[in-house]
Design a binder for this molecule. Structure first.
Ligand SMILES: Cc1ncc(COP(=O)(O)O)c(C=O)c1O
Length: 501
């Protein structure tokens, strides 16, 4: 029977390419020592035993052991065998030993790549995304869980084999069909089933599009300010992010660009986080630019179902036939974030390449849940739930707006904000420090996000403010949390109309 070390060496030998066999064996053993697979003072197997286990000649093992000894990784004493040295050469060079299995509390990040370290430095997800005033959080308690679980239970009793196996089809076909029908009507999206790829949310969709359609160092235009999650996805994929300012008409793209982007990333229906809507003129401008320079517009349509007055604005994707637009949607806001189901609508030519890349990268899955979701949509429950939430969130938003008007005044309501979405922006004077205010509020249990942190650079058009989510907060809780916020504003020297709620 082979030892664990034998298995490890055999596996690593297959990955080592180039060089004589004894050299490759030396590398495998040295790495095993450096990585701690063979801890210090461990006895190496006798050369004859290891040779037999990994099916090489004894001389090959002896050569590798000799090199390990001459470089100081092992010590050998005649009659006592070969041992991993107590002091490895790396410790003399004063370099950190790469150790994939252990971290030290003093420097927990030292295992990370530069990319990983960079991403960690930009990590922004809150540890607990629920309560006043978490932006972008729907009221997950309002979802008709009893209906969804009944559908799931029915389907699980005798599951279709297609929903249990590996698949590279781009997600459950029934869900793709249901979505195509829904989106054509609800969002004026032009699509067929064979343009839809199911993803685990917008985050994964951005990752997929970035990896499949861009190369390291390519330029991507994105609104500034923007959603930090999108920025992080683009960053980790090595893209060159070019911020474009936002005004009341949405993204203000460069008219004579010096460097052309591969992707133009926009939130046209509800600019995140400021709330403006991309005007028709800008929509046409972007489409023209994308067609002219063969780049893709990536439309993140994350929360457009929630427009509380008037009709929802149609998607940019459907504005012209064969628009150079990749459309992204998510169930995170309409159902609940932990469902982790979203979708991409791609031009027909991109469907097969992208669904194949998706299968290679992520393998897909949760097909039974997707099937249940299809049934939920087909049965009319999805639209009914959205209608109900639109009413509820609309009322909660109106309540928050009233609080702001009454205790702070209209100046504090951001001018771009429209009657939609799951959050609003409370504008603050540009002289104040919104990060400090948000920190003070958090210390008292109220979660708000500082607007300035959504900007890529601090420049002239950067504004101060707080993002306040209202969807998952009942009015009573909202009132109490608002009182805390008011106190924080007062302590920051901001004049309020009334001192307490
Ligand atoms: C602008 C924007 N896009 C997308 C998402 C959601 O992404 P996902 O579908 O990965 O949950 C969010 C979540 O807050 C968001 O703010």
């Amino acid at each position: 029977m082979r030892s664990l070390l034998g298995d490890h060496v055999l596996l690593r030998l297959q990955q080592e390419t180039g060089g004589a066999l004894h050299q490759r064996l030396f590398h495998c053993l040295r790495n095993a020592i450096i990585e701690g697979v063979l801890p210090v003072k461990t006895r190496l197997p006798a050369s004859r035993d290891l040779a037999r286990e990994i099916n090489v000649s004894r001389n090959t093992v002896l050569s590798a052991y000799e090199q390990l000894q001459s470089e100081g990784y092992v010590e050998a004493r005649t009659g006592h065998g070969t041992w991993v040295s107590e002091h490895l050469p790396e410790s003399f060079l004063n370099t950190q030993i790469f150790h994939p299995y252990k971290t030290t509390p003093a420097n927990e990040n030292y295992l990370l790549s530069q990319r990983g370290t960079y991403l960690l430095g930009h990590a922004s997800a809150s540890p607990y995304q629920w309560g006043a005033f978490v932006p972008g959080a729907p009221d997950v308690t309002e979802f008709p869980h009893h209906i969804f679980s009944r559908i799931q239970a029915d389907l699980s009793r005798e599951p279709d084999i297609n929903h249990l196996i590996y698949s590279n089809a781009g997600g459950c076909v029934e869900l793709r069909q249901a979505l195509a029908d829904y989106l054509r009507v609800a969002r004026s999206v032009q699509c067929d089933t064979d343009q839809i790829i199911i993803t685990e949310g917008v985050h994964q969709a951005i990752d997929l599009v970035s990896r499949a359609l861009t190369d390291l160092g390519d330029h991507v235009w994105i609104e500034d300010p923007a959603y930090w999650g999108a920025l992080n996805m683009l960053r980790i994929n090595g893209l060159n992010i070019v911020p474009m300012p936002v005004d009341a008409e949405g993204m203000r793209p460069e008219t004579n660009p010096t460097t052309l982007p591969k992707l133009i990333f926009v939130t046209p229906s509800h600019q995140y986080p400021l709330g403006s809507r991309l005007s028709l003129a800008r929509r046409k401008q972007l489409l023209e630019l994308a067609k002219q320079h063969s780049c893709w517009i990536v439309e993140d349509d994350y929360d457009s179902e929630f427009r509380f007055a008037g009709q929802p604005y149609p998607a940019l994707q459907g504005l012209i036939p064969n628009a150079p637009v990749i459309y992204m949607g998510t169930f995170s806001k309409t159902i609940y974030p932990a469902l982790r189901i979203g979708y991409l609508i791609v031009p027909k030519a991109l469907f097969t390449p992208l669904r194949t890349v998706a299968a290679e990268l992520y393998r897909g899955g949760h097909l039974l849940t997707q099937r249940a979701l299809a049934e939920f949509i087909r049965g009319g429950h999805y639209e009914a739930h959205i209608r109900r939430m639109r009413l509820l969130y609309g009322k909660r938003r109106a309540y928050l707006v009233k609080l702001i008007q009454r205790y702070l005044g209209n100046f504090f309501l951001h001018e771009f904000d429209e009657d939609s979405g799951l959050h609003l922006v409370m504008q603050l004077p540009n002289t104040c420090d919104d990060v400090n205010i948000a920190t003070a509020a958090l210390q008292r249990g109220v979660k708000v996000r500082p607007l300035s942190q959504y900007y890529m650079h601090s420049h002239a058009h950067m504004q101060r403010g707080l993002l306040l989510g209202f969807a998952c907060v009942e009015e009573k809780e909202m009132l109490m949390a608002f009182g805390v916020l008011l106190q924080c504003l007062k302590e920051a020297g901001i004049t309020t109309l009334q001192n307490s709620v």
